[in-house]
Design a protein around this ligand. Structure first.
Ligand SMILES: [Zn+2]
Ligand SMILES: [Zn+2]
Length: 168
């Protein structure tokens, strides 16, 4: 049984809480994820289905896309899954992720779902801070740490019109 599995054999109807924790390698996360992943799951069992709401949190050391410094960042998110044992029950459920579960299943394994939702929570641009000043394109210095005196050619199209007016 994997670290992110929940035993559902003999689970009574009603609401159940589970907290799961897994090491990065158990979730299949790469070396940047240095912290364990914690999942708090709420399971709601009825006679027809099992409804899961999960919140996850993980973290690691990432490289800023702008200044190339390493920094710690936490990634968190949540997701829901409806588990049904009868294929026909899938039809009535919309806007929810539905997974088919064998009636004999003793566990639900969240590993793959958690791994996918962590990937989705990963920002397009990994920045150490929202207003990271990045590296100087001339001297390569980290402009968050010190402002250099380099003349940086600003490629800002808004100035083009002004330059024309000034007869540049
Ligand atoms: Zn940065
Ligand atoms: Zn510079």
């Amino acid at each position: 049984m994997s670290a992110l599995s929940i035993n559902i054999s003999n689970l009574s109807e009603g609401v159940h809480q589970r907290t799961l924790e897994a090491l990065p390698e158990e979730v299949g996360l790469d070396g940047r994820f240095s912290e364990s992943t914690v999942v708090s799951a709420t399971l709601e069992k009825t006679s027809r289905q099992l409804y899961l709401r999960a919140e996850f949190k993980t973290g690691g050391m990432f490289t800023c896309d702008r200044c190339l410094e390493e920094f710690r960042k936490e990634l968190a998110g949540k997701f829901q899954i409806v588990y049904v044992t009868d294929e026909r029950a899938q039809a009535g459920i919309e806007d929810e992720e539905v997974q088919l579960l064998s009636p004999e299943a003793n566990t639900v394994d969240l590993t793959e779902d958690v791994r996918q939702f962590i990937t989705l929570a990963f920002p397009q641009k990994m920045l150490c801070k929202e207003d990271c000043a990045g590296l100087c394109t001339v001297c390569g210095g980290n402009r968050n740490l010190a402002l250099c005196d380099c003349e940086v050619e600003e490629a800002d199209p808004r100035w083009d019109g002004l330059k024309k007016l000034l007869g540049d």
